[in-house]
Design a protein around this ligand. Sequence first.
Ligand code: SF4
Length: 279
Amino acid sequence: MNNVKKSIGWADFTVNPVKGLCPVGCSYCYARRAYGRNCNEVFRDKTIRYDVDVWNGVEKARPNDRVFVGSTIDLFHPLCSKWNDEIIETCESLAPTTFIFLTKCPENLPKVWPDNCWVGVSATDFNMATYAMCGLREVKAKVKIISFEPLLKQITPTAPYGPYTVDMFARDLRFTGVKWVIIGAQTPYSTKTAPRIEWVKEIVDAADKTNIPVFLKNNLQPLIDEHFPDKGLACNHDKTVRSYHQMGKYNLCEGCDASGCDNCSVIWGLRQEVPGKGS
Ligand code: SF4
């Protein structure tokens, strides 16, 4: 089990019970690049295989931890899915720890999930987002996720499909029962592949219209800093969050207004909301 609080952010740990070269073959995949580099023993063997030993450490996860299962391979690709029943049963037995599954093959997702398994689809553009929502509609899970990571194109294009508006996108998110939206840039961050701020804002707008928690990955910080340089003053007397900027949060102490007080300093963090366990 690897600690990924700093790198992934929306999960505390990753666990990879299935190893091997992911057959989905996304051009931007860091795991596939690792297999190409032969950097350690695990990545030297590209054969798709089940590694039962990875579960040993997972038993130590705490009730509030979120564990991302399958960060280096898509568990729902037909070439990887034969161990899925065993994997999901193991995760269910480790409740109340939360396990998160993401796929680009929503058509292969099991239709009913245990309560401690959150299930999502990754989408990088409009076509994938539409496919993700179609696939997720059939799925019964406590938390359904769309992960726009890396966000490579606009989700609400005007042509040739359009107009597909933010309101229509919000309606589709609601109809699908999405309970969490994650947005991130391609890793490593580069201005060439980073999303445009308008694309991020449209997704956040649609999520806000539907009251869906939004998690902006740390790798969006340069983009947000560039477009929201004036984040205002906030006070560090009191860490309670009292008001949200669309892309982040201000921490204001009792009695502070937007102009702050003598003891104010800038405390501002990316908007990183997580659904409650009771979602
Ligand atoms: S589906 Fe995920 S693990 Fe597979 S190639 Fe794409 S990014 Fe990599």
